[in-house]
Design a protein. Sequence first.
Lengths: 720, 153
Amino acid sequence: MSTEQNNIRFSRRNFLRTSALASGGMLVGFNLFTACKPEAKPAVDIANLNFNDFNAFIKIADNGYVTIFSPNPEIGQGVKTAMPMIIAEELDVEWDKVHVAQAKYNKKEYKRQVAGGSQSIRFGWDALRQTGATTKQMLINAAAAKWGVDANTCKASKGIITNANGDTLGYGEVVSEAAALEVPENVTLKKPSEYTIIGKDALNVDLDNIVTGKPLFGLDYKADGMVYASVLRPPAFGQKLESFDDAETKKVNGVSDVIKFGDKVAVIGLNTWAAMKGKKALKAVWSDDQNLESTVDHNKELIKILDGKEFDTRREDGNVKKAFAEADKVLERTYDSPFLPHNCMEPMNFYANVTAEKIHLVGPIQTPQWTAGRVAQLLKRKEEEIDLEMTRMGGGFGRRLYGDFALEAAEISNLANKPVKVVFSREDDMTDGIYRPAIKYRITASIKDGKLTGYHLKEAAINSNMYDLIPNFFPAGCIPNYKVSTKSYKSDITTGAWRAPYTNFLAFAEQTFFDELAEELKKDPVELRLELLQNVKGSTDEKIEYSGERMENTIKLAAEKSNWKEQKEGVFKGFAAYYSHNTHVAEVAEIEMKDGLPVVKKITAAVDCGILINPTGAINQIQGGVLDGIGHAMYGDLSFENGKPSHKNFDTYRLIRMNETPQVDVHFVKNELSPTGLGEPGLPPAGGAVANAIYKALKNRLYKQPFIKELSSKKSEVLS
Amino acid sequence: MPTYNLKINGELVTFTADSDTPLLWILRDELNLVGTKFGCGIAQCGACTVHVDGVATRSCQLQVSILDKEEITTIEGLSKEGDHPLQEAWKEVDVPQCGYCQAGQIMTAASFLKENPNPTSTEIREAMHGNICRCASYNRIEKAVAVAAKKMS
């Protein structure tokens, strides 16, 4: 199993530095990037780091108050609360005396600032603990020196150091001395049984500001002299701008400028409304769109791939061809998913002020460094001239990895010679997306003498195929003859990461396929999974990504908490389990029928994410992920006709709403293994669990998303 | 451009704007009340919800020219100290994930609880269905509305 991160080699000297603050107090800088990511290539010569290379700080004031600067922006995944909790635990301060502040992207102070994604907790675990514990030891050493006693006879708790005589000193009283001390090696970390902060509910650190409407998000940012830009982009992918007429636009009150760049036209307004209204008044002539891409063509191309023979083999065990030839029964199914827009509630936006001296960028972005580099390249400027500030993000889901909106802002500001905020309308956001690509899967499996002997997964995807870890997920290692083959079709439609990339749909395909296999084998679906998992236990295959033992425990917990075996009149249950992003999740869906349509009533989720840092945040992530998974499996649908997306706004594009949501009951497997992320893993199994429950109710297998399309046709049958 | 005088969060404010400007953009761009959010611009998501004479209204579809003597309340004016029972309940239940839609959710709930101080869970679910939370923090929003109802009774 390759998920454990306990064998990390690093020297405290290389990632931790301290210094005294002029204002009184101590600053501890630590470099998350070089310290905690075992596979990360050091971006700098770590032996020669100087203080400015550190990307996160703890400030201990001389009154004992602790400020932890969270280097990475928050997109709703809760790391701004959870990461400081880990430091506070080992530093041994009271959580309510800790203030968490969002650090600015600052070239001078934080050279290697990177947004974490769903791996923040997993990668941060060791470095955050070491930082807290090392700092605590320095404070103890400083107190011991002051008292003239051996540091080993002193201890610290809740921000107070005590010696053998019972004398006490607060952290604040020794910070200045501590800052001058040598950074100690080999500090002792707490045992999980000693935790007082980790494992206890800590409320979102931004709660007060959120519920009172304080400016937090990119769209809330303002600067002196700032104007707003609304951008007209080609309505169809692959289309070019031929000409435009801005006579009507220029009549709009508040429109100050109209600027063409590439195939786009920016309307600059003194306020957002003027810019948006001015854009609507533009008359553009676009190139012919009659031969641009359509979903019907994509479907043909993807099926052609699945029917063909040209694939990349991503993993191969045994010989599936032979297994299929010798089988008693071969089962083959094809699964079909649409494109999906991200639909972050905060539409894409970014501020840029390009001047001769520098480039100031502000906004919601997950990849500040990459984006700054691309802006510098675009404007032929030096990266050192860029000052980028990150705001809180109104959702990310992968969309804000791509800095297209920041590049637009920089380009427009450069042309307009003004500070500009680019604001996407919802229509812009939905039709100029970087979508979850449409993908088809074909799964073939063989049964011989009541056993599963072969399994072949084929992926045909728009633009790009599954990342390398996925072929080593379940059921790799469970079935003797196993193969994963992939191939992609190059499209003009822009695609990218969408919450739980690939697995957001693959899990549905695989987990409904196993439901069919269980039926074929006349086995309970849960029992079939548990039986198969025995084969991977003790596997010496280093590539296998998941743990047979942990998946087994997770499945058993979900079965127990949902009373899986219990039959209830009118209640239909479906099961799915999936490992992704280093976390094992199993879900049981319960549905009831109403007017011929299934209503999801309850989801029981069991999760193994190792040590639970912040239970309230963790539950929130799983509940949200499950409901997001159900919502998109049920309703999510974007197609293209001659390059144009089928939906523009929420009047026709359906997102799950409160009256359609079941209660999600979340349980965690208790263990003392290193923690893993929770932003994504709750989502993948949800669609499969619901589809398997729907099958119980309707005897109708679902092979396509969104379900609502298939169910609506079923409903008309039921009602007629 | 015409001049408007509106009563917002108890204060009389004066500004000039095109008559078709939605209240949302006046609040955000002119008055710096950015707690009211832009989500869809077509009254489908609820992020821009404010109170007009106490009634939850989508400010993205509300042209300033049709407003006159109405009392407009935004999230910034819901309570002086940020301690409206709904704001308290939102904190107690630890509702937000990204947090972007939550001001609109709270404003919808505040207007709803005035109409129906003792709602059933079905009534809460129906009343709140016009507000989208893309993070899907729906279980907690539902709970927080119930908690607030209890606090207010």
